[in-house]
Design a protein around this ligand. Structure first.
Ligand SMILES: O=P(O)(O)OP(=O)(O)OP(=O)(O)OC[C@H]1O[C@@H](n2cnc3c(O)ncnc32)[C@H](O)[C@@H]1O
Ligand SMILES: [Mg+2]
Length: 174
């Protein structure tokens, strides 16, 4: 197994999630990289692309041979606006794996604010009167009363990525 896993963010919620899946002696290397999508992605496609772009950037412009991108966004349907999250893992030797995370509906007043063009991170801070929630329990942690926080949610995505990669490695061994 490779020793270094690059993650395309220095947000502690994302870095911790990767560290919970890739334990020592694996080393998790956080790097701030562009997502090359809007600061607040508004569809599954855009959010997934942000995750893929982060991982691709690491493979292209750093020493990474295994890279993970994690991205948060929102999606809308007839019933309202949900938060959504996507991850991508690129293993130079194997390929690219993607996975989506848990989703819950946002309160109507938060959704309204985001429709005006604001970012969820900013809106949830204002809504709760707190700071930097996106680097801590996240909106999902607030809305689930801490049952599932942003680290737990991203950890699940990272496990989905890692598991698919392992499956591929084993399958190729025959
Ligand atoms: O430094 P990076 O990695 O960019 O970390 P980030 O917190 O900005 O995370 P994303 O870019 O992936 O998130 C896209 C947008 O969605 C917001 N967001 C997504 N999920 C959130 C959550 O659980 N809590 C608060 N804000 C969230 C976030 O503030 C951004 O505006
Ligand atoms: Mg961001």
């Amino acid at each position: 197994m490779v020793s270094e896993i690059y993650i395309g963010s220095t947000n502690p919620a994302k870095v911790r999630a990767v560290e919970k899946v890739f334990l020592p002696p694996a080393v998790v290397v956080p790097r701030d990289v562009p997502s090359s999508v809007s600061p607040q992605p508004r569809s599954d496609e855009e959010t997934m692309l942000g995750a893929i772009n982060r991982a691709k950037y690491l493979i292209e412009y750093t020493d990474a041979s295994v890279a993970i991108g994690l991205e948060g966004g929102v999606v809308e349907n007839e019933a309202g606006m949900l938060l959504c999250n996507w991850g991508a893992l690129i293993a130079k030797k194997n390929g690219i794996y993607t996975a989506g995370g848990a989703r819950i509906y946002l309160p109507k007043d938060i959704a309204e604010e985001i429709r005006t063009g604001r970012e969820l991170g900013e809106v949830i801070d204002e809504w709760t009167g707190r700071n930097n929630i996106r680097k801590k329990e996240g909106t999902i942690g607030i809305l689930t009363y801490g049952e599932i926080d942003r680290i737990e949610m991203f950890k699940h995505i990272v496990k989905l990525l890692y598991g698919q990669w392992k499956f591929d490695i084993e399958r190729k061994k025959g």
